[in-house]
Design a protein around this ligand. Structure first.
Ligand code: NAD
Length: 289
């Protein structure tokens, strides 16, 4: 029986934000993030308010550009062009998802890469894969930061990343590769998922299916990062792993809620500060001494 420790993402993110607040003070100016919201998707409204609250706490200003669900692409592109040129705006974030009549790739591609604090612009993705300085998407960065709290070195460890989205799974697999892990990426077409997950020293699950990972699917002592956010019929929020079954098997696990979520927002703030400082995010600078 393994003693399982909980990785307290809420507390770690709080301490990280305190470091960020000091970094903002050193800047001598107030960083600004522009958030573009198209439509009134209820979850998006909550996410945006959470981002604003966290930004306020470290001294970052947030301008929210709330647009109607029918806003046309041309107008949004015009706004992005203005924000790209504005000397006052350090970061631009398009809240996803956008309504079906819009093409998210076109809009993200219009954001200046150095202001793309979500790290989704193709130039940033390409730079990140090449190991060049880049804005890196916030959830993978948050996962990496949490892993670094409990694993000073990941060299040679087998990391299994379940999920291959552009937002989470793919960039995280790249970051783990850069940490010298041996990386396996699993997805919806993977055969015999359990055979792979049982080999993982580090198991990351970013799928969005409650109960996908059961206790018998993990290697004793594995570090488990649960990215999934799922709302059950009873209103409870859970991850992709059966949390209770992880206890006594995993050495560390992130809870849902209170694990990766708070770190994702903290990393957004980090990207805004790096943009305001005039240079790209650098993972190796994440420890913020
Ligand atoms: P997505 O739907 O874009 O991708 C899901 C991935 O899971 C796909 O790559 C798919 O191939 C894979 N998948 C689907 N069924 C599978 C199966 N049975 N076995 C293995 N793989 C399977 O989702 P996403 O944007 O990557 O988000 C994934 C989850 O993480 C969601 O629950 C989302 O809400 C959550 N999320 C959390 C945060 C956070 O801050 N905590 C941030 C982003 C996303």
């Amino acid at each position: 029986m393994v003693e399982t420790k909980i990785i307290d993402g809420k507390q770690i993110a709080k301490e990280f934000r305190e470091k960020l607040a000091k970094r903002v003070q050193k800047l001598g100016s107030t960083p600004k993030l522009a958030v573009l919201v198209v439509g009134e998707h209820p979850a998006s409204q909550i996410y945006v308010q959470n981002k604003k609250k966290a930004a306020d706490s470290v001294g970052i200003n947030v301008d929210i550009y709330q647009m109607s669900a029918t806003e046309n692409e041309e107008n949004i592109l015009k706004l992005i062009a203005e924000l790209n040129e504005s000397k006052e705006v350090d970061g631009i974030l398009l809240q996803l998802p956008v309504p079906a009549h819009l093409n998210a790739e076109t809009l993200i591609g219009a954001i200046k890469p150095e202001k793309d604090v979500d790290g989704l612009h193709p130039q940033n993705v390409g730079n990140m894969v090449s190991g060049l300085p880049a804005m890196i998407s916030c959830t993978p960065l948050g996962c990496l930061y949490l892993l670094k709290q409990v694993l000073p070195s990941m060299t040679g460890m087998h990391a299994v990343v379940v999920g291959r989205s552009a937002l989470v799974g793919k960039p995280l697999a790249q970051l783990l590769l850069q940490e010298d892990c041996t990386v396996t990426q699993a997805h919806s077409k993977t055969r015999n998922l359990a055979d792979l997950t049982k080999q993982a020293d580090i198991l990351v699950c970013a799928v969005g299916k409650p109960g996908l990972i059961t206790g018998d699917m993990i290697k004793p002592g594995a570090v488990v990062i649960d990215v999934g956010i799922n709302r059950l019929d009873n209103g409870k929020i859970v991850g992709d792993t059966l949390f209770l079954e992880m206890l006594g098997k995993a050495s560390y696990i992130t809870p849902v809620p209170g694990g990766v979520g708070p770190m994702t927002i903290a990393m957004l703030l980090w990207n805004v500060i790096k943009a305001a400082e005039g240079h790209y995010s650098d993972c190796k600078d994440l420890i913020l001494k």
